[in-house]
Design a protein. Structure first.
Length: 296
């Protein structure tokens, strides 16, 4: 039997649903999602394997105007994800015109020869198909091999999109074992889940100044329980107080909701301990960026 495999990059502006789509493909929470922009910071690789093919998805940070060394690193991961790929998914929302950000992405895409699929996401939010047709009309002048409307949230047309992707996969090897879902270490996924809860529950000015580092992750020998100790780093003393909250209520809330997802991930009960520390201006500090995994 002929086997097909390939690398597929998912790009788009911030908060367009890239991570939600990748999680829907895989059926697991691999990439962090929230309704805030710039949720994904690193290039996250996930793997979807069946009897005839293997797709390696690269979820990338949303394209935005860089304001720190961290932001510049994030945008570099987008550029790197467009090198030596077999196809690219460009996610957009139904809209009346092409935004400035999406116009810049189109310029990037014009420089690559790989098959390009325009994915119009969030069609579940529309009362009629008129905006979908208008969006298709806006983009049809560009060099897209396919244009497919979907809802990453509800799963509408996801099977159609997958079938379309597989058409462009070359004959190739199985790069990863059948049971591989991601190349991310469990510790990194755990840290991302904790950071996701901060994104969800905290005010806008705080989450993007936060990083999470898992210091200890150990399964007990005598019972089905995993002990995890993690530190949330923020940039200001005032932010530390807000993350902890009155009587530590906010930190407890973050820990409670993170624990649920981590237990589902690990398949074990969890003892999660969280601390909050301040590292001022870490997003512009090369040492801390490397410490937190944001290095080339």
């Amino acid at each position: 039997m002929v086997f097909h495999s390939g690398f597929v990059s998912i790009i788009g502006k911030t908060n367009v649903g890239k991570s939600t789509l990748m999680n829907k493909f895989i059926g697991e929470k691999i990439s962090v999602t929230s309704n805030k922009p710039q949720t994904t910071r690193n290039k996250i690789l996930s793997v979807l394997t069946d009897d005839k093919s293997q797709i390696i998805f690269l979820d990338t940070p949303g394209i935005h105007k860089p304001k720190s060394k961290l932001s510049k690193f994030m945008l570099k991961t987008v550029d790197d994800s467009l090198k030596e790929i077999d196809a690219v998914l460009f996610l957009v929302e139904p809209q009346e015109k092409i935004s400035f950000t999406n116009d810049n992405i189109l310029k990037k895409l014009s420089q690559i020869s790989s098959p390009k699929i325009l994915v119009i996401n969030k069609i579940d939010t529309l009362a009629s198909k008129e905006k979908i047709l208008k969006t298709i009309d806006n983009y049809k002048q560009f060099d897209f091999n396919e244009i497919i409307p979907i809802s990453a949230l509800t799963g509408e047309n996801i099977d159609t999109l997958l079938a379309c992707i597989k058409k462009y996969l070359p004959i190739g090897p199985k790069y990863f074992p059948d049971d591989t879902l991601t190349d991310m270490p469990e510790r990194q996924i755990v840290a991302e889940i904790i950071r996701e809860k901060i994104l969800i529950f905290m005010q806008d000015e705080i989450p993007h100044g936060c990083a999470v580092e898992v210091n200890t992750m150990r399964k007990r020998k005598d019972k089905d329980l995993v002990d995890i100790e993690a530190v949330v780093y923020c940039e200001k003393d005032s932010h530390k107080k807000m993350i902890i909250g009155k009587n530590a209520e906010m930190l407890k809330k973050i820990g409670t909701f993170a624990r649920r997802d981590i237990e589902n991930l690990l398949g074990s009960k969890l003892n999660l301990q969280l601390w909050v520390k301040v590292k001022k201006n870490w997003r512009n500090n090369d040492f801390y960026l490397k410490q937190f995994g944001y290095n080339s």
